[in-house]
Design a protein around this ligand. Structure first.
Ligand code: G3H
Ligand code: 13P
Ligand code: ZN
Length: 316
């Protein structure tokens, strides 16, 4: 069942965070639904501009509709990740997405407000909710590249003004995370002090963390042992998710970790089976491993085991 992120956040606020997982293909979608049902968790299916362009957005939408039919117990939101204004309007018009992210964070404050407000007005007119972003993460995003040195943490005072003036439904904040597999190359860590300040100014308001993959060292070692080269890859300590949730974070974005599972499975599979060439063989292993990864991640997020309570909450 597709629901808005807003509803999911109302149930989660202050208690746990919902996993927002980026998907690009069939195997990821099947593993995602299986893993969330195995762990009885609500979740967010996240589609980036790059994922929409990888084949054709219609394929992805069709696969998600099919998964909704095959797994009728699943409760999830369908969300556009890092949208620009035109892509947001396209998703709003499509009638399929329950939530869009407008990422105008690379623009100056006033421009970010103006762009976000236009998207919020268009989305709300159709009952769709909007995530916006303020501050700048380190690492590489789809359409903007910022060095760690230039990364700008979210200003708590600006966060309150931004939400008041745009009417956005949730806010992605920069507290030291960054996209990709190489986070914290220096001495960086999460700035919970900044998060706490933001929550103080926006009590009860749902916050979002991007760039929150954990980059498990076991995955990195296995990839490197199977002829990969991800030396120095490092991520966010997943044991910090619960603390973030207590401070108002209701959505935690995970993409890179799923890519690492895919890379490890396929590297190991073809290394140990050089004679094989049926794509379904590693595909089956990947689906099972991705489902296991999702279920484990949901334990860290606290979303595992919440499905029945969310179903009751939605009925009320
Ligand atoms: O934050 C970006 C996400 O990891 C999506 O990545 O744009 O390569 O699909 P992508
Ligand atoms: P990671 O690169 O840490 O997985 O972050 C993903 C993300 O923020 C998607 O929007
Ligand atoms: Zn992101």
């Amino acid at each position: 069942m597709i629901v808005t992120t807003k509803k999911l956040f109302e149930h989660a606020y202050g208690k746990y965070a919902i996993g927002a997982y980026n998907i690009n293909n069939l195997e990821q979608i099947v593993g995602l639904f299986k893993g969330n049902l195995d762990s009885q968790a609500p979740f967010i299916v996240q589609i980036s501009k790059g994922a929409r362009a990888y084949t054709d957005k219609v394929f992805l939408e069709g696969l998600i509709r099919a998964a909704d039919e095959v797994y009728p117990e699943a409760i999830f939101a369908v969300h556009l990740d890092h949208g620009d204004e035109a892509t947001c309007y396209d998703c709003i018009e499509s009638g399929f997405y329950s939530s869009v992210m407008i990422d105008a964070s690379s623009h100056p404050f006033e421009e970010n407000i103006a762009i976000t407000k236009r998207v919020v007005d268009a989305a709300h007119a159709k009952g769709i909710v909007v995530e916006a972003e303020l501050g700048m993460l380190g690492g590489v995003e789809e359409h903007v590249s910022v060095s760690e040195a230039d990364a700008k943490l979210t200003d708590p005072n600006q966060a309150k003004e931004f939400v008041d003036r745009t009417g956005c439904d949730s806010l992605a904040v920069a507290i030291g995370t960054s996209h990709g597999a190489f986070k914290f190359s220096g001495t960086q860590s999460l700035h919970f002090d900044v998060l706490e300040e933001i929550q103080n100014r926006l009590p009860g308001y749902p916050l979002v963390l991007h760039g929150t993959s954990s980059v498990p060292q076991e995955e990195v070692q296995r990839i490197n042992a199977a002829c990969g080269n991800l030396a120095g890859a490092k991520g966010v300590d997943a044991t910090q998710f619960r603390r973030a949730a207590e401070l108002g974070v209701t959505k935690i974005n995970i993409d890179t970790d799923g890519r690492l599972v895919w890379t490890r499975v396929h590297r190991e599979f073809f290394n140990s089976h050089p004679e094989k060439f049926d794509l379904r063989d590693p595909g089956k292993v990947f689906i099972a491993e991705y489902a296991k990864f999702i279920a484990e991640k949901n334990e860290y997020l606290g979303s595992a085991g919440q499905l029945t309570a969310v179903r009751e909450f939605l009925k009320a």
